[in-house]
Every structure is written in structure tokens, then in C-alpha cells.
Design a protein around this ligand. Structure first.
Ligand code: SAM
Length: 342
């Protein structure tokens, strides 16, 4: 099914103009999702026509081209990656890079709704850990945040994942007046089950029909409050992403903070993102993008594709400049997080 497209050119590692090596690719395999989280999507979203999407073979070819250029970590995301039809075929095929030792990690970020169905298969294919997004343990609140989600299903998915031997990290977006009082409980719950927890600041992506100022809770405040209750020790632990971790002494677990607004982490950025239509975003917080679908479809060989990737990486911006305050109430970027996958 997959053609060997190795080309007789030297596949040089990807290094951007600021000397940052690009070793991490996040791939949104679908823009569709079975949830409608209030900070992520509007309730009535228009999704892409299926014909615009890269096929599973094209996604494999695109990811593999990046692996050829030194990408060591691949994260499948979405929309909801586990609702993309045939997703396990893609996971299975990309897993060959793990076996060959050309990839360190293949993982996914999921809302957990389909994990009960797929956890065992993911482990069998070589996946070792997944990130599950979960902002609250209160079923009613969960329904309000996700609009369409069911907490029980997600908890069953997490149970299944852990039973199958997957390491699970929980990602929670800190939302003012929604889950802020619950964060200590989330810490205790996640750590009690042997899971890391990462808190995320809400980012101004896409018009979601609600004021960002109403949702935005700076993690500097959350951290200050948590340290009244817990002892937070700074640690060096990194997972290749932007989170900065502390060890919580009382619960003996790791707590991460992703702070695109209060503390910009762009200087160490090693990531780029590709959408399900093959659009490459060099920065989550900027609009500049490169169309990789055209060169991918223009030729059976990868020369054109590599040339376009090179041109894109050569203009990777220094960083983003998200702002949420009273003067900036419109989204910084028109596209939703479900397009680029977070
Ligand atoms: N459906 C999958 C999931 O729920 O994890 C993957 C895609 S989702 C877009 C990836 C992550 O982005 C989730 O943790 C979600 O909470 C987060 N997210 C979505 N919109 C966000 C925003 N505006 N600011 C910060 N995080 C956001």
C-alpha cells in the first residue's frame, strides 16, 4: 500500500532561521469532533468537504517525509483523531518508524470518548502514552463545557487506556468561573491514578461565540493558589512539548503548566503543525502557512514536497503574540483550535 519514495537527495534536518531544530510534528487528521467544547468550536461548525482531506496514504506520506527530515515525535490530533475513519490503519503504518528507530514517539491527543474501543489496539500498535483532554470531573459541568460530551464515557476510556497499559496524561484548560475551584481536586484525582496533569491557558483562536475575557484564567493565578495548598517543586522534566513541570509533594505527581499568554515559551519551539488538508502552520499563533497538498499530489516523488517544506521552515516566525485583554476581544486568529489541533 505504501510506496517507498526515498529520493536521492540529502534529507537535511529541519532547522529554522533562529537555529531551532524542528523535531516534533503535530498532525490534525480530521477537523471533525464528537464534542463542541465552548472554548474550541462554535456550536454550529461548518466542516471541510471530505474531498479536501488528505487520504490516510497521503497523511502517512507527509508524516514520513518529516520523519526523513529529522522529526522524532509525531502527535496525531484533530478535531478528534479517533473519529477519523481508518485511523488505526494510519497509526499502524506510522508505527513502522518506531520499529526502525527513526521515530522516538508516536502519540495522540484525544477527548477520550473512543478510547474504550481503541486502547488495546493502540498498545498493540506500539503507542505508549496518550493525552486525554478533561477539564472537569463534574458530569453536568462536563456537558456544559463540551456541549455534546458524556463524562462517563471519557472516564471509561481512561480506565480502558490504563488497563491496556497506556500512560495517560490529562490536559485541562483553566476556565475562569468554570473549573477554577476544581483544579486542586483534578490534581489529586489525576495523581491518585498515576497520571500527570497539565493545565493550559485558553488561547484566542477562532470565533467561538463567547468572550475570551470571560474564559481566560491566567495560570500565574492558578499556580499561586495551588501553592497555598500544595508544595510545588520545580523539576527539569520535559516531554518535548511546551509544558513546564513541577512535582507536587503531597500527591507525589507531576503538574505541568502551558502558558502561552502569561509566559511565552517560543524560544524553545521545536514544533510545526499540519492540518488534515495538508496545510503546514509554522506557528500555532500566526497565520502564515504553506500548502503541502499541492506538491504532495503533483508528483509521486517527494522532491517538490521537501522543497516546499524547506521554504516554509525558512520563514518559521520567532513566536506568537497572543493577547487577551479588554482592548483585544476579537480572536487573534480566525481559525479554530480544531483546525490545527492544539
Ligand atoms: N479532540 C482532541 C482533544 O480533545 O484533545 C484533540 C484536539 S483538541 C483541539 C486539543 C487540545 O486543545 C484540547 O486539550 C483542548 O482542550 C485544547 N484547546 C482547544 N481550544 C483551545 C483554546 N482556545 N485554548 C487552549 N486550548 C484549547
Amino acid at each position: 500500500m505504501y510506496v517507498d519514495r526515498s529520493v536521492p537527495v540529502i534529507n537535511a534536518p529541519l532547522v529554522d532561521p533562529f537555529g531551532r531544530a524542528i523535531t516534533y510534528l503535530r498532525v490534525s487528521v480530521t477537523d471533525r469532533c464528537d464534542f463542541r467544547c465552548v472554548y474550541c468550536m462554535a456550536e454550529n461548525m461548518t466542516f471541510l468537504p471530505k474531498a479536501d482531506l488528505l487520504t490516510l496514504e497521503e497523511l502517512d506520506r507527509l508524516c514520513s517525509a518529516f520523519v526523513d527530515r529529522g522529526v522524532r515525535k509525531l502527535r496525531l490530533t484533530g478535531g478528534e483523531p479517533l473519529v477519523r475513519r481508518g485511523i488505526m490503519t494510519l497509526v499502524g503504518s506510522l508505527a513502522r518508524h518506531l520499529k526502525r528507530g527513526t521515530l522516538d514517539e508516536l502519540t495522540l491527543t484525544t477527548n477520550g470518548s473512543q478510547l474504550a474501543k481503541y486502547a488495546t489496539e493502540l498498545v498493540d500498535l506500539g503507542i505508549e502514552r496518550v493525552n486525554v483532554s478533561l477539564d472537569t470531573l463534574d458530569a453536568e459541568k462536563f456537558r456544559t463545557i463540551t456541549r455534546w460530551g458524556e463524562l462517563d464515557k471519557v472516564l471509561a476510556g481512561i480506565d480502558a487506556a490504563q488497563r491496556a497499559g497506556l500512560r495517560v496524561k490529562i490536559n485541562a484548560v483553566a476556565l475562569k468561573g468554570v473549573n477554577e475551584d476544581e483544579i486542586p481536586r483534578l490534581v489529586e484525582w489525576a495523581h491518585g491514578r498515576g497520571m500527570d496533569l497539565t493545565l493550559i491557558e485558553v488561547m484566542p483562536l477562532g470565533d467561538v461565540g463567547e468572550g475570551r475575557l470571560d474564559q481566560y484564567l491566567p495560570l500565574s493565578i492558578v499556580r499561586a493558589r495551588l501553592s497555598e495548598r500544595f508544595t510545588l517543586d520545580e523539576i527539569d522534566y520535559r516531554t518535548g512539548g511546551p509544558a513546564r513541570y513541577v512535582h507536587v509533594r503531597e500527591t507525589d505527581g507531576r503538574l505541568g503548566f502551558i502558558t502561552p499568554l502569561t509566559h511565552n515559551f517560543c524560544e524553545s519551539c521545536n514544533r510545526v503543525r499540519v492540518t488534515c488538508t495538508g496545510t503546514l502552520f509554522m506557528c500555532l499563533g500566526q497565520d502564515d502557512a504553506a500548502d503541502l497538498r499541492t506538491p504532495l499530489r503533483a508528483s509521486e516523488a517527494n522532491d517538490l514536497l521537501h522543497a516546499e517544506i524547506d521554504r516554509a521552515i525558512a520563514r518559521k516566525p520567532k513566536g506568537h503574540d497572543f493577547v487577551i485583554d479588554r482592548r483585544h476581544t476579537r480572536p487573534a486568529l480566525a481559525r479554530h483550535m480544531s483546525t490545527t489541533g492544539g
